[in-house]
Design a protein around this ligand. Structure first.
Ligand SMILES: C[S@@+](CC[C@H](N)C(=O)[O-])C[C@H]1O[C@@H](n2cnc3c(N)ncnc32)[C@H](O)[C@@H]1O
Length: 265
C-alpha cells in the first residue's frame, strides 16, 4: 500500500512513537531553550510539530503554559501519557492540538514559539516553510521570541544516493512487536530543491505476522540563508544564530542553523 504524505502522517503508529522516543532522546536543545528563556517565565509557549513531547513535556514541568500542535495522533497520545504521569497540575498547563500546522489555528498572544528538531524538514516546499514563519509572526505577541532549529542545507542533495534503502530507526516495542522505518531517495528536483523519497514502515508482530506500508514523501532541505530572509520579510529581528545546540555561533561550516529571533513591536 502506498500513501501520499500530503494527506497522512507517517508517524501515526504507536510503535513508531515508542521507537522515536527510544532513538531521539537528546536534551541539548531543551537546555539551550532554558538558557535563552532565562528567568523570564512562566511563559505562554507554542510548539509546532510537538511529537511525543520531547521538548514540550520538560518545559511544561518548568512551569510554562504550553500548546503543542502535532499531526499524528499516536505521537500526541504518547505526549499525553507522559504528562498524565507528571500529575494534574502539569496537565492543566498543556493543550495538545492534533492537526496539520499548515491548516493554521495556532492561536495568538504567545511569548515564545518553538519550531525545533529539524521540523522544517517535514515540509514539502520552501513556500510551506516560509508560511510557517508568517504564521509564527501572527501567533506571537509583540516582542515574543521565535526559536527555529534545523540542519543548515549545503546544496548537495542532488548527488544522491538514490535507490539505496537506509534504516532511520528500528527496534522492538514493549509489546514484543518489531518495527523498522526506512527510506530511499527517488530523485531530487533542483528547481524547487525538493527531495522525493520512498519511506517504508515494516512491522512484525510477536506471532510472526508481517506488514508493510509505503509512503511517498517530499521535503525541501532548508538553509540558514532562507530562514534569515523569511525572518526579515515577516518582521523579526534575529538576535542569535547558533551553529549547534551548545550555543556556538553559526558559521558557513556549521551543520545546524538555530535562530533566536524577536517579533518587532
Ligand atoms: C522529527 S519529529 C519532532 C518531534 C518533536 N518536536 C521533537 O523534538 O522530538 C516531527 C514531528 O512533526 C510531526 N509533523 C509532520 N508534519 C506535520 C504537520 N504538517 N503538522 C503537524 N505536525 C507535523 C510529525 O508527526 C512528527 O511527530
Amino acid at each position: 500500500m502506498t500513501h501520499d504524505l500530503s494527506s497522512e502522517s507517517i508517524y501515526d503508529h504507536p510503535l513508531i512513537a515508542e521507537l522515536y522516543d527510544t532513538s531521539e532522546n537528546y536534551t541539548d536543545d531543551v537546555e539551550l531553550l532554558r538558557r535563552l528563556i532565562g528567568d523570564s517565565g512562566p511563559l505562554d509557549i507554542l510548539e509546532c510539530f510537538s511529537g511525543t513531547g520531547r521538548i514540550l513535556v520538560p518545559l511544561a514541568g518548568d512551569g510554562h503554559r504550553i500548546t503543542g500542535i502535532e499531526i499524528a495522533p499516536s505521537m500526541a497520545a504518547r505526549a499525553s501519557e507522559k504528562l498524565e504521569r507528571l500529575g494534574a497540575k502539569i496537565v492543566d498547563r498543556v493543550t495538545l492540538k492534533v492537526r496539520d500546522v499548515l491548516d493554521g489555528g495556532w492561536g495568538t498572544g504567545y511569548d515564545l514559539l518553538i519550531i525545533g528538531a529539524n521540523a522544517f524538514y517535514e515540509l514539502p516546499s520552501a513556500d510551506a516553510q516560509a508560511h510557517c514563519v508568517e504564521m509564527a509572526r501572527d501567533a506571537l505577541a509583540p516582542g515574543g521570541h521565535l526559536f527555529i532549529d534545523n540542519d543548515d542545507y549545503k546544496g548537495n542533495w542532488g548527488a544522491g544516493p538514490f535507490g539505496r534503502e537506509r534504516v532511520v530507526f528500528e527496534g522492538v516495542g514493549s509489546d514484543g512487536a518489531y518495527g523498522r522505518w526506512s527510506m530511499e531517495g527517488i530523485r531530487f528536483d533542483e528547481a524547487g530543491a525538493v527531495l522525493h523519497s520512498r519511506r517504508r514502515w515494516h512491522t512484525r508482530s510477536p506471532d510472526g505476522h508481517e506488514h508493510d506500508v509505503e509512503y511517498v514523501s517530499k521535503k525541501h532541505p532548508v538553509s540558514a540563508g532562507e530562514v534569515r530572509v523569511w525572518l526579515d520579510q515577516y518582521g523579526f529581528e534575529t538576535l542569535h544564530v547558533f551553529g549547534d545546540r551548545h550555543g556556538t555561533p553559526h558559521s558557513v561550516a556549521s551543520e545546524r542553523a538555530i535562530f533566536w529571533a524577536r517579533k518587532l513591536d
